[in-house]
Structures are given as structure tokens and as C-alpha cells.
Ligand binder design. Sequence first.
Ligand SMILES: [Zn+2]
Length: 372
Amino acid sequence: MNLNVIELTKTLIEMRSVSQDSNGPISDYLQAILEEMGCEIERLEYTDPNGELKVNVIGRLGAGTGGLAFCSHSDTVPGQEVDWPAFEPEIKDSKLYGRGSCDMKGPLAATIVAASQIDPKKLKKPIYILITADEEIGLLGAKHVTEKSEMLKKDRPMYGVIAEPTEMIPVYAHKGGAGATVTSHGVAAHSSTDKGISANFKLARFMAEMADLRDLSMRDPIYQDDEFDPPTNGFNMVMSDFDTAGNVTAPKAVCRVGFRTMPKAANEELLDLICKAAEKYELEFNGRMADPLYVSTDSPLVGAAVAALDGRKPETVSYGTDGIYLKNMIPQMVVLGPGSIGVAHTIEEHIPLSELEQAVTVYRSMIQQLCM
Ligand SMILES: [Zn+2]
């Protein structure tokens, strides 16, 4: 098969696949390419909370066990088409512009093109191309894959590359996420009667403690990890009383508290402090915890990436990826892709053509080192 990474990226940009809509059409197109390459296919469909059909596609090439999975998502953030022609790819100054060019249709195209340049008969271990839906709206597709994929359950890939844009710097760790949704119930009444119970006042005492916890997180190194920049955990809080009128006691208020988990930070302890505070004020709460992504820099996976990049030093980043779920199926993962996260989600989203082509070479070299 003769695939060109720039042409394939352009085609994928033209196939609008904003997370709010179905990614059915682009998934059909990608699946057809993977089938033509000789991949065994697993197609995992679900209906999202808005009733849209969502599709995850996994292609597996070559025999054997273990192997290397390239992981991407096919959805994008909205195009903001009022401000630029988001879905009309354009090359200017050796860069390809368009929604999804770097996040992450370009990187996805590079993984497919790299795999297509390998003779599957020469593979001792398989290559996987894993394409998820809904990464941009809560990693729903990746979660679905970890719950439903028979292909990955039967035989787990040993290594994974999350092809999100890192400017081709191998990333061996990113932060995870933890927190709690806390709900306060009151009784609505006109404030003139003084008969209501405001959910907001019940929540306010809890929120004051969260403000102190945020200060503690910023101050106390046990909640930090100096392998990251920043080493702090991004402790945050948002709340809503659902636009209750000023002369009514709020019947319900919800507060979401969250922070980013890191390998060396006291994540469990901090989540416990949040939940204990909610308990103390008799509020309803739901805690959640997702571990960070972390692979030792001694791993053969990191070694293969560094070798393919002529010794480029691996780093850490603070944003999350589908890896938060996929690491449950794939024990060792790095994030490595062309393009810059700094222009993702903007009206200037682009990818340098040279990096797009470099990515194909680097991914192909990693396949050769780890699967052949
Ligand atoms: Zn992305």
C-alpha cells in the first residue's frame, strides 16, 4: 500500500469528526484502510449520552503475542469555523493547518503510514492501531475499549505509544486525575419567609476547607512530585447552584473538587481528606482516582524511542491522555507524537510537515526494534 502521510492527514481533517457528533464516517474510512493493510479488525460501538453513535476501531497486524500498540483518537474539539476554515486543510510555510492537524489526525496518520510500510510477514510480534472516540470529552472511548475489547483482553500488547503531540519528545510520565463530586441538598423557599434551607450555606463550610487544602497542596511537598513541571497538583474546585434566583434558597448545589495525581505524591491521602470533609458536613459525595501514566526510563520501549530519536532525552508532561484508561490493558506506554500541544484546540492549529514525516520514520524504527 502506498500511503502518503500528508495526503492522509488532509483527508482526515476534511472528515469533520467533532466529539459532539458521531465519528461513524471517519471510523469507516480508517477501518477500510486498516483492512486493506491486512489488519484483523475489532470494531467497538456505543451510543454516547446524547444518543450519537461512537466507534472505536482496533487493527492488529502480524502474528505472535505482546507487541506494540499505537493509540490515537479520531475526535476533535469544535472547529470554531467562524474564525477560520477549520475543515479545509491548507499548507503554508511548510506547515499543515486545520482542526485536528496536530490533535491528532496528523499523528494518527503517521502511525498508520509507518505500519503500512512494514511487511506483516516479517513481524515476530504484532502491531496494533487503536483509534478511540470521545477523547476530548472525558476519554469515554478509551474507557469503553478497556471494558469491552476482546482482542486486547485475549492478548495484551506489551508496549504502547500514545501519539498525542509532544513535538517528538518521548514522554515517559503524565499526571493522572482524582477528586470528588460533592452534592448538598436544601429546601427551596422564598427568602422573605425564612422557611427555606439553602444548600449553598451547607456547602460553604466544606468549600472553605477545600480552600485550605489547596493551600496545603501548594505548600507541602508530600503532595508534589519534582519529576513534573509544575511539581504541584493543580488542585481545583468548581461549583453550581443551578442558577438559583437571588431571593430563593438553593435546593441543590454541586461542587467538584479535583487534583492531578503523580507517582511520588500522597494522592490517596489527599482524596481521603476531601471525602472526610464532605462526610463531616453530611454532604453526599463520590470520590474517583485515576493513577498517573508512568513507565521507567529503563524500559525497552523508552529505549526504542530514544534510539529512534538519536538520543533525545525523555521528559514528563502535566496534561492527561487516553493512557489513563489504556494502561489497564497495555502495561508500558509512552506519549510521543508530532506537533505541539500549544496549538491544539486553537484557530491556528497546525503541524510542521517535517515533523509529520519524521514521525513516520521514528514509529517505523520503533516497530523494527520492538516487533521484528
Ligand atoms: Zn488529543
